[in-house]
Design a protein around this ligand. Structure first.
Ligand code: MRU
Length: 355
């Protein structure tokens, strides 16, 4: 297993293109995917080579840098370059509908571009400004994750065992992690924390990615099928459940990886606290409740086969929603860079996200 620097270099700008850790290959191979066109970057997002709400936002930021850099290389007029920028923005926005960080980052890059155009910046100045903005999105994400880690680790006693779902770790963010970032922060505070990682059907982000990064970081991790979570909770093996989020509506309803909602029901049944860890960029003040959150439906073949080998008989259909919505009543508290909060949320959380 190849170790990487920490915070993990999940998405980076390299000279003239976007480089990302190819998460479809983990845990078997640690390789980087180089995206030199918007089409390649869009495919990296839809194929989940880069995934996790904050990491998608960071990738979108650098995607808009790539768009402008390609427009400059094509040497058209300013009007044509702006049209191309708008078209690339639409292509990136069409990749995945649920994680609000994608739209948040695209809006932010668009606003920066308009400010630069209006200020009369030449194309090279626009490129420098866009790169600075994308770098800021990345740096702020790591800072927000460290902030929520510091706030969240206070909730965990030394020796606690945390159950998490999917991957809300360094790989899902700018490099540090939200739910798993809380575990890293607890370690930095000198606590010994053990993690139970739901394997997370159908694409196994928990087994492949959360377990990979925790092993890499030397934190004890036990993988379980999500069907085993009820038994782990009933056996008293779990002190807290912490998950990430793809979008949090104004009332606190939270979209996250499919299987999060049943976990919240189970945690309530067994009187174990259920926390959601997310930065301000994941809060969507424009969406009043979970009913307004678009849920991505993915290819049924992700359920019907694994690595090309059928696991379901031909002729059987499959349903593959990528996310579910956990009602706010089941969420004990939200761990954010602004502290541990409950709805109604403060304006600094509701003012930034949203489409
Ligand atoms: O389909 P994915 O792998 O992008 O889903 C990711 C999740 O559901 C994460 O829990 C969420 O994005 C939070 S990541 C900090």
């Amino acid at each position: 297993m190849t170790s990487l620097p920490f915070p993990f270099p999940v998405v980076r700008w390299q000279q003239d293109h976007v480089v990302l850790i190819d998460q479809t290959l983990l845990p078997g191979r640690t390789e980087f995917r180089h995206c030199r066109t918007i089409d390649q970057l869009c495919r990296a997002i839809t194929e989940l080579a880069v995934r996790g709400a904050p990491a998608i936002g960071v990738a979108a930021g650098y995607g808009m840098v790539l768009s402008w850099s390609l427009a400059m290389a094509a040497a058209g007029d300013q009007e044509g370059m702006r049209k191309r920028f708008a078209a690339d923005r639409r292509a990136l926005a069409a990749t995945r509908p649920t994680a609000v960080n994608l739209f948040w980052a695209l809006d932010r890059m668009d606003a920066r571009a308009h400010a630069l155009w209006t200020g009369g910046e030449p194309p090279a100045g626009v490129l420098a400004g866009l790169l600075a903005e994308a770098d800021a999105i990345l740096a702020e994400d790591i800072a927000m994750c460290r902030g929520m880690g510091r706030a969240g680790q206070e909730l965990l006693p030394d020796g606690a065992t945390v159950l998490t779902h999917c991957n809300a770790g360094g790989l899902a963010t700018g490099g540090y992690g939200t739910a798993v970032g809380v575990v890293y922060a607890a370690r930095e505070a000198g606590k010994k924390i053990t993690v139970f990682a739901d394997e997370t059907r159908p694409l196994l982000q928990g087994a492949r990615l959360t377990a990979w990064e925790l092993v890499d970081q030397g934190i004890p991790v036990t993988v379980l099928c999500e069907g085993a979570a009820a038994s782990a909770l009933r056996a008293g093996l779990i002190d807290a459940v912490i998950t990430g989020a793809d979008r949090i509506a104004a009332n606190g309803d939270t979209a996250n990886k499919i299987g999060t909602y049943p976990l919240a029901v189970l945690a309530r049944r067994h009187e174990v606290p259920f926390y959601v860890a997310a930065p301000a960029s994941t809060f969507d003040g424009a969406t009043t409740s979970g009913a307004g959150i678009p849920i991505e439906l993915r290819d049924p073949d992700e359920v019907r086969a694994w690595c090309g080998v059928p696991s379901v008989p031909a002729g059987a259909d499959a349903w593959n929603p990528a996310f579910d919505v956990t009602p706010f009543e089941l969420i004990t508290a939200y761990i954010t860079e602004h502290g541990v909060v409950r709805p109604p949320f403060p304006p600094e959380l509701l003012g930034t996200g949203g489409c």
